[in-house]
Design a protein around this ligand. Structure first.
Ligand SMILES: Cc1cc2nc3c(=O)[nH]c(=O)nc-3n(C[C@H](O)[C@H](O)[C@H](O)COP(=O)(O)OP(=O)(O)OC[C@H]3O[C@@H](n4cnc5c(N)ncnc54)[C@H](O)[C@@H]3O)c2cc1C
Length: 257
């Protein structure tokens, strides 16, 4: 099977993120692979181990390839980075047009993505790529079996009080949800090999796209930082006066009761 996994570099949960200006965040330079994308890579690798074939990890990113190297260290065969200055300011739809321009001529059976990216959380890129390619997609799968002969997949989704079982012809795109698998932890040797692995780098022109093809539909108007916490107020009275004062403050100042 020919499997493509779309992966995104996201800030490490411990990275410090500040609002720099109205429309720009300042993010500490600590990145790793989005959690749901590791699940997608694992799902691709498990299928390859069963049916043979190839797993390619693919990212659009002008600066980083950490998720591609993670994919290689886990066992992916190939890695592709798409980067271009015209992608600065890209939204989910610009990314989907870019990714599908790369994928449209490839002989893929399956495209796997995360259900959402851990940072921006839109959950748009996967379904939008499927739309651009005109293939079926199923969101948030927690089970996956493929009949390579029949070119058909059977997937499970979580629904209220149970699971939903669906079948779908291939090629198709599935977004992967927690519970589908437990991503493998790569061996240190494979991590070192992945650091040196060759990564194909493509620009928009090589995909037949120009800047107008990736102009964003959506623009960020502004970021609003959370309000500063008011200073802590110490109540110095003894019981039961302190409880009365606390209730009064919660009611009249904090207005939470
Ligand atoms: C070059 C570049 C420039 C950008 N410039 C800006 C900017 O100026 N302002 C701004 O606000 N945002 C910018 N972004 C961020 C971008 O708009 C969103 O991160 C992106 O659209 C994905 O949305 P999301 O993170 O919500 O993904 P979701 O739709 O939640 O992601 C779902 C899944 O789609 C796949 N996916 C998501 N992103 C990628 C990717 N890059 N490559 C491959 N697969 C992916 C993954 O499998 C992921 O799990 C930029 C992104 C890129 C790559």
């Amino acid at each position: 099977m020919e499997i493509y996994v779309l992966v995104k570099q996201v800030p490490d949960p411990e990275a410090i993120v500040k609002v720099k200006s109205d429309s720009e965040l300042e993010i500490e330079n600590k990145y790793f692979t989005s959690f749901f994308d590791e699940i997608a890579i694992e799902a691709g690798l498990k299928l390859k181990e069963k049916t043979g074939g190839k797993v390619t990890v693919l990212t659009v990113d002008n600066r980083r390839v950490d998720a591609l190297r993670r994919g290689i260290s886990m066992g992916a065969d190939d890695a592709v980075q798409i980067a271009d200055p015209a992608l600065e300011g890209a939204d989910q739809f610009a990314l989907a047009r870019t990714l599908s321009a790369y994928l449209k001529d490839k002989p893929f059976d399956l495209i796997l993505t995360g259900r959402q990216a851990m940072d921006d959380d839109a959950g748009i890129v996967g379904p939008a790529v499927a739309e651009c390619l005109g293939i079926p997609h199923i969101h948030s799968i927690i089970g996956l079996e493929v009949d390579d002969q029949k070119k058909e997949a059977k997937v499970l989704r979580e629904v209220e009080n149970g699971k939903e079982s669906l079948t779908c012809p291939l090629p198709a795109l599935f977004t992967c949800q927690k519970g589908l698998n437990a991503p493998r932890i790569p061996l240190v040797m494979n991590v070192m090999k992945a650091m040196k692995a060759q990564i194909k780098k493509l620009d928009l022109a090589s995909l037949g796209l120009g800047p107008s093809d990736v102009s964003p539909y959506i623009k960020i108007e502004k970021y609003v930082p959370p309000p500063k916490r008011p200073p802590v107020k110490m109540i110095k009275e003894d019981f039961p006066e302190n409880v009365k004062t606390l209730v009064k403050l919660l009611r009249e100042e904090a207005k939470v009761i």
